[in-house]
Design a binder for this molecule. Structure first.
Ligand code: HSE
Length: 405
């Protein structure tokens, strides 16, 4: 029998306990071992939970119990999740987690601690909810040079954007539904402001290149500034807006990493990824494009990934996901974002097509009237700032800027 402890009986903790309980026989049949949830650590007693008899409040009980060989850290937040994980690893316990905040901030230290103690630190559930993407990226695709990773990595914002587009739902109502469904973070600004996506693209980039970029160094924008009129104008061109995490390897072996809303043509597979679904496309030099798709948030999909890691540990099939522990954040590895070039959707008030074309050259006009909207050719962030400043110096007002994938 394998004894495990779950840290946190929230959305993911309850889902994990449900999966282990409901699929107990199947797990035993497949792995020849029964998985027993010996403890659940939570600050509350939660008498309404079917697992309340397992709840304890003192973490030392888990640390000091040699029978517990796997700790599932699903409590969220950086602290004390990071310290608890380090303590478990240094006691020789394997740790699995869905906590992208901890992995993106401290993954280098945690992987080193796991390696030093000859145990595993696994975090498939930290990116893409139930989608297996970290393991295939770190194993099956590892003979490729990864050229690009681009993905819809946040279920809450994708759910909100889909509800607004397809059902004309207000932002506030769509967010409330996402919260009710257990998709959103405890503080949903992490979803809305792109922070959650930023953490996930940092983890994917680390898996691909072995270097962990501090999420704070990643250019990050959320969806709060997206206006209904831009959604509609873009839709008329056969495209849509999605919040993406994107990592691109340059010729100089540096990466551009970013989180921002992008305009995506409807022919791109990512354009049809709706609701809570996430998708990640990885471009390898030999394999070409590979797209992973599935539910990106919610108790059961995330529990599936948490338990997948536990099963990998039980079966002895895995070492740590990385080949070597990640190097700590390396600014030199990141390309200067001001040189990132792409086409842009722009909308200006108090100007006209002619004035815009003098500065932006040949553009694809989308609408004219009290506001003009158009798509530019490929220009860098620096060039954009310069051109916007020039147009605005003649009285124009910038109303929207969305990058085009
Ligand atoms: N709040 C996250 C999301 C949960 O909506 O994607 C899964 O990481």
């Amino acid at each position: 029998m394998v004894h495990i402890a779950i840290l946190g009986l929230g959305v993911v903790g309850s889902g994990t306990a449900d999966l282990i309980t409901q699929n107990k026989d199947l797990i035993k049949e497949r792995f020849g071992e029964e998985v027993n949830i010996k403890y659940i650590l939570d600050i509350k007693d939660k008498p309404e939970s079917p697992y309340s008899d397992k709840i304890i409040h003192d973490y030392n009980v888990i640390l000091e119990d040699p029978e517990v060989t796997v700790v599932a850290e699903v409590m969220g937040g950086s602290h004390p999740a990071f310290e608890f994980s380090m303590q478990a690893l240094s006691k020789g316990k394997n740790v699995v987690t869905s906590n992208k905040e901890v992995v993106s901030n401290f993954g280098d230290q945690l992987l080193k601690a796991a390696s030093d103690n000859n145990v595993s630190y696994l975090f498939e559930a930290s990116v893409g909810g139930g989608i297996p993407v970290l393991r295939p990226l770190s194993t099956d695709l590892s003979a490729n040079n990864i050229k690009e990773i681009v993905g819809i990595l946040n279920g809450t914002t994708n759910y909100i954007l889909t509800k607004m587009k397809k059902e004309g739902e207000s932002f506030e109502n769509a967010l409330a539904e996402a919260q009710k469904n257990g998709y959103a973070e405890a503080n949903p600004s992490a979803d809305i402001d792109g922070i959650d996506t930023c953490r996930k693209i940092s983890i994917l980039t680390a898996i691909a290149y072995g270097k962990l970029i501090n999420p704070q160094s990643i250019h990050t924008e959320g969806i709060a500034g997206i206006r209904r009129e831009d959604v509609e104008a873009i839709e008329r061109t056969g495209a849509c807006i999605k919040l993406l995490g994107k990592s691109v390897m340059t010729e100089n072996k540096e990466v551009y990493v970013m989180t921002a809303p992008f305009v995506i043509g409807n022919e791109n597979p990512l354009a049809s990824v709706d609701d809570v679904f996430n998708a990640v496309t990885v471009k390898g030099d030999f394999v070409g494009d590979v797209t992973f798709y599935g539910r990106g948030a919610g108790a059961y999909p995330t529990a599936s990934a948490v338990c997948g890691d536990i099963m990998n540990i039980i079966s002895g099939a895995t070492a740590n996901l990385n080949i070597k522990p990640w190097q700590a954040s390396d600014e030199m590895f990141m390309s200067d974002f001001s040189y990132f070039a792409c086409k842009r959707y722009l909308s200006f008030a108090d100007t006209d097509k002619n004035a815009a074309q003098v500065i932006f050259g040949d553009v694809e006009m989308i609408q004219e009237g009290s506001e003009i909207s158009f798509i530019t050719g490929s220009i860098t962030e620096n060039e954009l700032s310069d051109k916007v400043m020039r147009l605005c110096s003649s009285g124009a007002r910038l109303c929207a800027h969305i990058r085009v994938l």
